[in-house]
Design a protein around this ligand. Structure first.
Ligand SMILES: *[C@@H]1O[C@H](CO)[C@@H](O)[C@H](O)[C@H]1NC(C)=O
Ligand SMILES: *[C@@H]1O[C@H](CO)[C@@H](O)[C@H](O)[C@H]1NC(C)=O
Length: 415
């Protein structure tokens, strides 16, 4: 935590501080890890299916889905199990949604025996992997270009309003109008919770599995949380200065290097500081992760997530100046997302880790409290004492500890 304190003390604009904290934490950066060179085939040139799925003997299809506000999202589908085991068709669809600053590739980094999409595929599911707007395969728009600030004028409100509905409609059509299971990690949980609280997706969702759920963030004990809470001043400027938040960008990278070279700054500790003390990461997988992530998002999205930390409640994006909120929402304050509106009979599985510093157990308790009127037989909760945030996607034992539970949760729901 000493490292975090010195980041806080730099007096840089908060957005930059946030960028540094996040990047350092996500990269688990130290000089050695930043310069490590291992050559993996590049998904940028060949696509995710070719580099990460078909090489393991799975069929894989890529589609473009257009959102109502014009973004073109790439999604991947594993329509059948390894070596074509199990027929195509008559499979229950599952949508798998990643968190912030990463893309759908994160699910595929562990070996085929260990990663969630392939496990689900081998167990008879029709698996669909999303890539949120702004990440490398979803940086297209019908009229806008990523070089234009307007391209980045969105937060997770828009992911709720446009990205998820577009993907759900697409998958629903392709699977003969079958209801869809959903797995979300981190921001992917926030997206579906917010959707359900507004009555969205309800008619197309079969069940929801939430890994490292994020809804309330007030107990977050991380660099990100502290930074966001302490130095929050940027809202009004983002109204005019919206743009891309690119963790791999030159300015952030340069600053990060400088920072990590300073005496007393232990960037390795930042990984722990942000995501918690992950118990079970595989170094080969972490190498792959460093090659593929982090991915860009919008500055506005980062601001919105930080607002959630600061305000201790879940609302739409706050423009900071009441009159702007009035113009956009017809109210001086942004409208809340009320999680008690989530349909009581929606089957839900929640798994959270005792060492997760982003999805703090106390905040998960607050989430569970807001679901206290949920039908008891429709809500199952798993607590994994030694798990932190990244263990849920890269843990060597996630298959046995978590994915097996997800699988049995899905399997128990009558089709
Ligand atoms: C960072 O450095 C330490 C010691 O120098 C090393 O043990 C650790 O594996 C490195 N972290 C990463 C993520 O490479
Ligand atoms: C780590 O990942 C590699 C590559 O996917 C895999 O071959 C290996 O079995 C994994 N190690 C453990 C302990 O699971």
């Amino acid at each position: 935590m000493v490292g975090c304190q010195s980041i806080l003390a730099t007096g840089r604009p908060w957005v930059v501080q946030l960028a540094v904290a996040v990047v350092a934490a996500i990269l688990g950066a130290n000089e050695s890890s930043m310069h490590r060179v291992t050559v993996f085939p590049s998904p940028e040139s060949q696509g995710v299916c070719a580099t990460s799925v078909t090489i393991h003997g799975y069929k894989c299809e890529e589609f473009d889905v257009v959102t109502q506000d014009g973004y073109i999202l790439r999604i991947q589908r594993l329509p059948m199990g390894r070596m074509g085991i199990g027929s195509r068709g008559n499979r229950q669809p599952v949508i798998i949604q990643h968190g912030v600053l990463v893309d759908g590739m994160t699910w595929l980094l562990n070996s085929p025996e260990q990663n969630l999409p392939m496990i689900l595929s081998d167990n008879g599911f029709d698996v669909w992997i999303t890539n949120t707007r702004g990440t490398r395969f979803s940086r297209r728009h019908q009229f806008l270009d990523p070089s234009q600030p307007k391209f980045w004028d969105w937060s997770w409100d828009e992911l709720v309003m446009y990205d998820l509905p577009a993907v759900f409609n697409f998958v629903y059509d392709r699977s003969g109008n079958r209801k869809i299971h959903y797995v979300g990690h981190s921001m992917g949980t926030l997206m579906v919770l917010a959707s359900l609280s507004e009555g969205r997706l309800v008619d197309k969702l079969k069940s929801v599995a939430l890994l490292s759920p994020i809804a309330y963030l007030s107990h977050m004990t991380t660099a990100l949380g502290v930074v966001a809470a302490k130095s929050f001043v940027g809202e009004a400027t983002t109204l005019f200065g919206i743009g891309e938040f690119n963790p791999k960008g030159e300015p952030v990278g340069q600053f990060l290097k400088l920072l990590c070279a300073q005496p007393g700054v232990d960037c390795y500790d930042l990984l722990t500081a942000l995501t918690g003390n992950n118990c079970c990461l595989n170094s080969t997988t972490v190498d792959l992760f460093l090659q593929n992530e982090p991915q860009p998002t919008s500055t506005k999205n980062m601001v919105h997530l930080a607002q959630t930390v600061r305000d201790r409640r879940l609302t739409k994006y706050n423009y900071g100046i009441p009159v702007f909120n009035l113009l956009i929402y017809g109210d001086l304050a942004p409208p809340p997302y009320d999680l008690s509106n989530i349909p009581k009979d929606m089957p839900m599985f929640v798994s959270y880790g005792g060492r997760d510093a982003l999805s703090d157990p106390r905040d998960v308790q607050a989430l569970l409290d807001s679901l206290k009127l949920h039908d008891v037989d429709k809500l199952s909760v798993q607590f994994v004492e030694d798990y932190a945030h990244a263990d849920y996607i890269m843990g060597v034992n996630a298959k046995d500890v978590v994915y097996s539970q997800v699988l049995s949760f899905f399997t128990k729901i009558p089709s």
